[in-house]
Design a binder for this molecule. Structure first.
Ligand code: ZN
Length: 494
């Protein structure tokens, strides 16, 4: 005789009550019971066939179907318990201690991967989900891989803020540019040429002179301005021992700081003379690191609170995918900005098209219909396509910059980054390696964790490529020193 829909839940409650009483975390079981009663669990497709898809629970199912579901449920509970009767199920000791669930007893909205058999957290609210950050379950690795990635990117952003720009590359190109400028000036007006030279000389001298003066003042102020005193200091240091060495190292730091300021002033003076932009602006790098931090933190939060109520979980996963789209789009900014620095129209075109494509991906990602498991492969393909679009501006930029060694190195690193992203997406879609040995990779090394690690490694490789491009543009003074100087026939100034 077919059982009513609530009967399965009631039987389940009867079977679980002793175990629940034994659990320290009984509140989770109560919440789970409430959800189980409301959802009237059905297990047929997942527990019996083991296929990747699952059937949703319809409240208006035919009585026969409900009976089949109840029977399948009993079978599942019996399988978990390892007994044929209504005895309490025996979960592994560590899982029981941590109140963790096997796949068969998890709510429908948890069931994303049929090859992950155990270590599911019971449904819980905000506080219990937060507390699970420091507990071992099948999402611990997913949370921490991206949380650590987020922390790494905080440090990388701070490192970029404090990064000293690469010095201007004063090779033959720079000298040719200077010479060209002087000759062009000379052709138009000899007096202007003299003024230009004087003005340049004055600027260099005033920059360096003031800094040299500052150094001299500083040395005078600390009373070490003549050789005799330095020698006396050396003797004093030897006599004073450790204290003296500390004093000397303090002087050394001050001098090296002054020299650093002096170098920077000389670079600025040269940049002014060459009409170069030095250092180049770094905002595209911050766009990238911000995108990476948004993606990694969103993902960590989604995995941490993924065991909340069904409606919360559904929204969480949409934002998880949205974060990946943000990372992909943000990754475009530095290579496109630096690669097309001297071609503003192309730069605008690539940044606009990529942002537009990313916004379309975001819209599709946030649509509820797109969240069903059967769309998993298409979701992965959409993200891979957005990533593959990146090859177009990368190759175009490489040709445009005449195969500069730095651009080539950055391109190779970005190709490696792309390969790692695609490899991670393939592993994720294929559910490898847990597909080969279901239940063996529940806590560590399952496909989603490998995908997370791939995302962090790929983002770090991209950061390295971006730093190479930044150093190249700084050394080139923006666009000023890139390429040979224009022919002399072309007038530079009116
Ligand atoms: Zn994830």
């Amino acid at each position: 005789m077919p059982a009513p829909a609530g009967a399965a839940a009631l039987r389940w409650r009867g079977a679980q009550q002793p175990a629940a009483a034994a659990d320290a975390d009984g509140g989770s079981w109560e919440a789970f019971e409430a959800i189980a009663a409301a959802a009237a669990f059905d297990y047929p497709s997942t527990s019996s066939s083991g296929s990747d898809s699952y059937s949703s629970s319809d409240s208006d199912s035919a009585p026969a179907q409900v009976g089949a579901a109840a029977a399948a449920h009993d079978a599942a509970v019996a399988a978990v318990a390892g007994t044929a009767g209504g005895a309490p199920p025996r979960r592994p000791a560590r899982q029981r201690a941590a109140s963790l669930l096997p796949y068969e007893l998890t709510p429908e909205h948890y069931r994303d991967n049929v090859y992950i058999h155990h270590w599911y957290r019971p449904p819980g609210g905000f506080r219990k989900s937060l507390a699970s950050l420091f507990r071992l379950h099948n999402e611990t690795g997913n949370v921490w891989t991206h949380l650590l990635g987020f922390i790494i990117f905080i440090f990388l952003t701070a490192a970029t803020v404090h990064l000293k720009p690469a010095p201007l590359r004063l090779g033959a190109d720079a000298l040719a540019h200077l010479e060209h400028k002087l000759v062009t000036y000379g052709k138009s007006n000899l007096l202007e040429l003299v003024q230009a030279v004087e003005s340049w000389e004055h600027r260099v001298v005033s920059f360096t002179g003031s800094q040299l003066g500052a150094l001299e003042d500083r040395l005078s102020a600390i009373g070490r301005h003549n050789l005799q005193e330095l020698l006396q200091l050396s003797d004093a240091v030897r006599a004073a021992g450790q204290t003296g060495w500390q004093e000397l190292s303090g002087v050394g730091e001050k001098i090296s700081a002054e020299i650093s300021n002096l170098e920077s002033a000389v670079q600025s003076a040269l940049a002014t003379a060459l009409e170069a932009k030095w250092p180049v602006s770094r905002w595209p790098i911050y766009v990238f690191t911000a995108g990476a931090m948004i993606c990694l933190l969103t993902s960590a939060v989604c995995h941490l609170f993924g065991c909340c109520a069904a409606h919360v979980t559904a929204v969480m996963w949409r934002f998880d995918y949205a974060g990946i789209a943000v990372l992909i789009v943000a990754s475009f900014f530095p290579p496109v900005h630096f690669g097309f620095l001297c071609a503003p129209h192309l730069r605008l075109f690539y940044l606009a098209t990529t942002t537009l494509l990313g916004l379309c991906t975001l819209c599709v990602t946030l649509m509820s219909a797109f969240q069903r498991p059967e769309f998993q492969t298409y979701r992965a393909l959409l993200f891979v396509s957005l990533g593959l679009w990146g090859i177009v501006p990368m190759l175009h930029g490489w040709f445009l910059n005449g195969g500069q060694p730095e651009v080539t190195r950055a391109l190779l690193l970005d190709l490696l980054m792309g390969a790692i992203y695609i490899g991670g997406a393939v592993v994720y879609a294929a559910r490898f390696p847990e597909r080969l040995k279901p239940g063996a990779f529940d806590v560590a090394f399952h496909s989603h964790q490998l995908f997370h690690v791939a995302v962090v490694i790929a983002a770090l490789i991209h950061y390295k490529a971006v730093r190479i491009l930044l150093a190249w543009r700084d050394a080139s003074g923006g666009c000023a020193l890139s390429g040979p100087p224009p022919p002399l026939a072309a007038p530079l100034a009116a």
